[in-house]
Design a protein around this ligand. Structure first.
Ligand code: ARG
Length: 464
């Protein structure tokens, strides 16, 4: 096929070079954006009298028909085409003749690809935001269901202080809320139009970039044409936001894996989202959570990929930049899948409240509360801490817990201790007393749930 750019060179390019050069295998997924971008461009060319209004209308109808044909399968993407931009223009010219050749006036593939990529990623961000919102809602609902289920809270993976399962889950809801915020922030910076930057220096034609930007739903235009065709920071930023979001999903996955293990037995994952072993009949494997944890690595890889492609490039466009897409697409696809699977799995997760409570009552996680009790009796915290520690040591030696020590044993250690100690170190008291802002008490967790629901309610995505 004759190249649209043939002219400068005489000899045909080698087949191997053509194959190597081609990006149609992955940029064809931007066909819709490429065509709607071209329609806006044709409309602007017509409105500004750069081509006649009749020609603009012909181009727009031709592009619309190509879009329909691609959607309903009447037209197939040619895998031999160089890229999606060339493919659309070639089909258009084949169908319309000379008018088709006017579409590329006052633009270049450099601003065209930057436009397509921004439009495509904007759509991805809207889907990702919707899914993030969905998952945050699912987690918040679960937190409400278990707002008074007591479990051990951990530091260093050692039982530390009693918390509620609802409190622990709400930590993830807040993380997802920030992930949503990061996506919207990225969208805001991305949503400027590069079309009209042309090859790099702008154009001699009297174009109206603002008009094209408005038609395509942008908030404005990229003000430096070299910047417009050179940078892909919006794609790197999206990968960074997704890497952070995947890191959150991965930590949640890790906890789901631990909690569903025989050692913890804190939760049961729904059958629909677990697998069995081909050899060990007793097993119920948390494969979905493990895959989310595993896929986090590839999203980090995608971020490194785009940063590395860009880091040494002189301005403006370089063909290296064709390598900007696959990794970013992969990051979006992967994150969308992981968010969907998590949101599908978590509603069916059941907490084993009895096991959680038992673990909480065995780990001396009320030792801080015993120390706090001694402080209320007048001891300085450091001395109280020492006495509480010594009593824990005694319990471990004698196979007891703090609530099974007798009052005599308590008073031998510290005579200020009275019978009201038992109420102070009771698990429910320990939780209810942590009513400080953000703390684990039921009323505090209820406030957290309200706050997240309010924030989620304020966010309205493009698809709402
Ligand atoms: N397929 C190319 C890409 O993805 C489109 C831009 C080509 N521009 C050029 N000057 N060769 O980057």
């Amino acid at each position: 096929m004759t190249k649209l750019w043939a002219g400068r060179t005489e000899a045909e390019t080698a087949q191997l070079a053509d194959d190597f050069n081609s990006s149609i295998a992955f940029d064809s997924r931007m066909y819709k954006e490429d065509i709607t971008g071209s329609m806006a461009h044709a409309a602007m060319l017509g409105a500004k009298g750069i081509i006649s209004q009749a020609e603009a209308d012909t181009l727009i109808t031709g592009l619309e028909t190509i879009l329909d044909d691609l959607r309903n399968g009447a037209l197939q993407i040619d895998p031999k085409a160089e890229d999606i931009h060339m493919f659309v223009e070639q089909v258009l010219t084949a169908r319309l003749g000379d008018v088709g050749k006017k579409l590329h006036t006052a633009r270049s593939r450099n601003d065209q690809v930057a436009l397509d990529f921004r439009l495509y990623l904007r759509g991805e961000i809207d889907e990702l935001a919707e899914l993030t919102k969905k998952l945050a809602t699912v987690i918040t609902d679960k937190a409400e269901q278990y707002k008074d289920a007591i479990m051990p809270g951990y530091t260093h993976l050692q039982r530390a202080q009693p918390v509620t399962f609802g409190h622990q889950l709400m930590a993830y809801a807040f993380m997802l809320l920030r992930d949503l915020d990061r996506l919207m922030d990225c969208r805001r910076r991305l949503n400027l139009s590069p079309i009209g930057c042309c090859a790099l220096a702008g154009t001699t034609y009297d174009t109206d970039r603002e008009m094209e930007a408005r038609a395509l739903g942008f908030d404005g235009i990229v003000l430096n044409s070299i910047d417009g065709v050179s940078d892909r920071d919006f794609a790197a930023e999206l990968c960074a936001a997704l890497s952070i979001e995947m890191m959150h999903l991965s930590r949640l996955s890790e906890e789901l894996i631990l909690w569903s293990s025989w050692e913890f037995q804190f939760i049961e994952l729904p059958d629909a989202y677990t697998t069995g072993s081909s050899i060990m009949p007793q097993k119920k494997n948390p494969d979905m959570a493990e895959l989310v944890r595993g896929k986090t690595g590839r999203v980090y890889g995608d971020l490194m990929g785009i940063l590395t492609v860009l880091k040494g490039l002189p301005l403006a466009y370089n063909k290296d930049m064709q390598e900007d897409k696959e990794g970013v697409f992969d990051a979006c696809d992967t994150a969308k899948m992981c968010l969907s699977v998590m949101a599908g799995m978590l509603p069916g997760m059941k907490a084993r409240i009895d096991k959680m409570r038992k673990a909480a009552s065995e780990g001396f996680i009320n030792a801080t509360d015993l120390a706090d009790y001694l402080v209320t009796k007048g001891l300085p915290f450091r001395s109280a801490y020492k006495i509480s520690g010594a009593l824990v040591g005694k319990c471990i030696k004698e196979g007891k817990t703090l609530d099974t020590l007798s009052l005599e044993e308590y008073q031998q250690a510290e005579k200020l201790i009275e019978a009201d100690v038992y109420e102070h170190i009771d698990l429910d008291t320990c939780v209810q007393k942590r009513a400080s802002a953000g703390g684990t008490s039921v009323s505090s967790v209820e406030k957290q749930i309200d706050s997240v629901r309010r924030s989620l309610g304020q966010y309205h995505g493009e698809n709402d």
